[in-house]
Design a protein. Structure first.
Length: 395
């Protein structure tokens, strides 16, 4: 699901945490509903506001812990985490969980709902430990809410964590990730249809569950029905590698040891919207932009570039031999650097993949050609990426 516009709140242990603009609206609506519910039971509007903030901090803090569990598990498997984003449907952790095989993908998906269920138990025990009153009621409500969300998120179908778990389990059994993706898509169709049925049955309920069931069911049904088409697209992309579609590496690469002030004068000020690779001993160690440099250089411009760069763990990186279907999944709509044994050999963006597709699978009059009927031309000269110029912003 798309994230949309977002802004960074903070970086924790090298992982940037973002908030999507869509999350702000849902947080305001959620907060207003809680405030309206609390106001008749408290002595003043100010107390209702503080209790709303208290409940909101615990609830959305739980969402953040859910995503942090994904990130910690990914780091445990040696996978980079490009960021965590709070969005209107919950959260999103940017990592290539499939890169380490089905076991890693299952574990990384599993720890999310497991953390939410642990939080539900923690809130329940905390409620039993406090005196009867509004605080106890809030903790009880959070316990039930986290229990409900944890179980719902474990449902076996895309785009939920349960769908990823089903994908990973099927992948491990069949040894075929394509089949596993289709199974998870079919699971989304079945579960989504069941949820829509539940929404119809509970429509007259005053709890509002029908709205949740209907929305989640619609999202799952739509996602599941679109899965076969996405699998076909992946089949086409699997015919190419990052080396086939990448652009040449940028000619400007900034040494990690020079000062932020010098980097700003020589490169960053003239290209405020660009991100430059940072190198040390001939290897790429991160990226730097005018924005990232200012956060450190504004206080001490003589500090080295390495102190103001975005580390490689937060940058989408692929290998030249990675298949394009995996590359597209890992990029998540952003640009990526192409590294071979630590050396920068190119850059790739969604537009580059689209250009590769157009060149090979669209005929001269603009109609798509069936890739199954195509055969490689042995006389075709491989592209020369070193004859191209330019690179987009890399995350």
């Amino acid at each position: 699901m798309p994230i949309g516009n977002r802004f960074k709140l903070v970086t924790v242990r090298g992982i940037p945490i973002y908030v999507a603009t869509s999350w702000i609206w849902i947080a305001l609506i959620w907060g207003f509903a809680i405030y309206t519910n609390l106001q008749p039971a408290v002595s003043s509007p100010a107390r209702a506001v503080w209790l709303t903030i208290f409940e909101g901090a615990l609830f959305f803090g739980g969402v953040l812990l859910h995503e942090a569990a994904h990130a910690i598990a990914a780091r445990g498997y040696g996978l980079p985490v490009a960021g965590i984003t709070l969005v209107f449907w919950g959260g999103a952790t940017e990592t290539a969980s499939s890169a380490k095989g089905p076991r890693a993908e299952f574990v990384i998906a599993f720890v999310g709902p497991a953390t939410t269920l642990v939080l539900a138990a923690a809130f329940w025990f905390a409620a039993r430990a406090v005196d009867i009153g509004l605080t106890r009621d809030i903790l009880h409500e959070l316990a039930w809410l986290n229990l409900f969300i944890g179980l719902a998120n474990a449902l076996p179908g895309f785009p939920l964590d349960g769908g990823r778990m089903l994908l990973a389990a099927t992948w491990a059994i069949t040894k075929n990730r394509r089949t596993a993706v289709l199974v998870a898509g079919y699971g989304a169709v079945v579960v989504g249809a069941a949820l829509i049925g539940a929404a119809i049955l509970t429509f007259r309920s005053t709890t509002g569950l029908w709205l949740f069931f209907g929305y989640l069911g619609f999202v799952m049904l739509t996602t599941g029905r679109g899965t076969p088409q996405r699998v076909k697209a992946r089949d086409i992309l699997a015919r190419g590698t990052a080396a086939d579609a990448m652009r040449p590496p940028p000619t400007e690469q900034i040494p990690a040891s020079i000062s932020l002030s010098e980097a700003s004068v020589r490169w960053l000020r003239d290209a405020p919207d660009r991100t430059f690779p940072v190198t040390e001993a001939g290897r790429v160690v991160g990226t730097v932009s005018l924005d990232s440099a200012r956060k450190v250089g504004g206080r001490d411009p003589l500090r080295p570039v390495r102190d103001g760069m975005t580390p490689l763990s937060q940058t989408t990186v692929v290998a030249p031999t990675d298949r394009l279907d995996d590359v597209v999944e890992w990029m998540g709509g952003h640009d990526a650097l192409v590294l071979s044994k630590g050396s920068l050999v190119g850059a790739i963006a969604p537009a580059d993949v689209e250009r590769w597709f157009q060149k090979r699978f669209v005929d001269p009059i603009g109609e798509q050609v069936d890739p199954g009927s195509m055969r490689p031309d042995p006389t075709e000269v491989p592209p020369r990426p070193d004859l191209d110029r330019g690179v987009g912003e890399a995350r």
